[in-house]
Structure formats: structure tokens, C-alpha cells
Design a protein around this ligand. Structure first.
Ligand SMILES: [Zn+2]
Length: 87
């Protein structure tokens, strides 16, 4: 089915506004936010963003805090990188 937002996805709501660089940044953040992440309680990948910093698992209804736009925080990502380096 043809959609007028086929190329730009969630950026379609901006219409002709904003430049390429800004759009790329927004798309990166939004795609990340919509990706399914594993729930820290049950491990299911059905975690949805409620609002900035609050995430809810659709399987076990666990609510937890994390990053505003992704269920990972920059700190947790950094420490994961560090532990990967140590190995
Ligand atoms: Zn869960």
C-alpha cells in the first residue's frame, strides 16, 4: 500500500519543514525509541515508552525508569562498552 510517509517514516509529520541533518538526528532517536528492547524483569522484548524516562513491559506490566528516548541510558551503554573492552 502506498503511503506518503514511505521514505521518511515518522518524520512525515514535519512535512516540508526542517533540514536534512536535523531530520537524521530525530529519526535516529525515534527509531531507537521504537525498537523493541528486552524487559529487565522477564526478558520479553515488548517494552514500550510511556513518557520520558518511563518504560513499561507489555508482557509482565513491569514499569521501570531508563533513558528519556531509549530504555538504555548513556551511562549503562558506556559501562557496557567498558566491560566489553576489559574482556
Ligand atoms: Zn517484562
Amino acid at each position: 500500500m502506498y503511503s506518503h510517509t514511505r521514505k521518511v517514516g515518522s518524520l512525515g509529520r514535519y512535512g516540508p519543514r526542517l533540514g536534512r541533518k536535523v531530520r537524521e538526528e530525530i529519526k535516529k532517536v525515534e527509531d531507537d525509541a521504537l525498537k523493541n528492547r528486552a524487559c529487565p524483569t522477564c526478558g520479553s522484548a515488548r517494552v514500550k515508552r510511556q513518557f520520558a524516562g518511563s518504560w513499561k513491559c507489555a508482557t509482565c506490566s513491569a514499569v521501570f525508569t531508563a533513558g528519556a528516548f531509549t530504555p538504555k541510558t548513556r551511562k549503562s551503554t558506556a559501562s557496557a562498552d567498558e566491560s566489553a573492552k576489559e574482556k
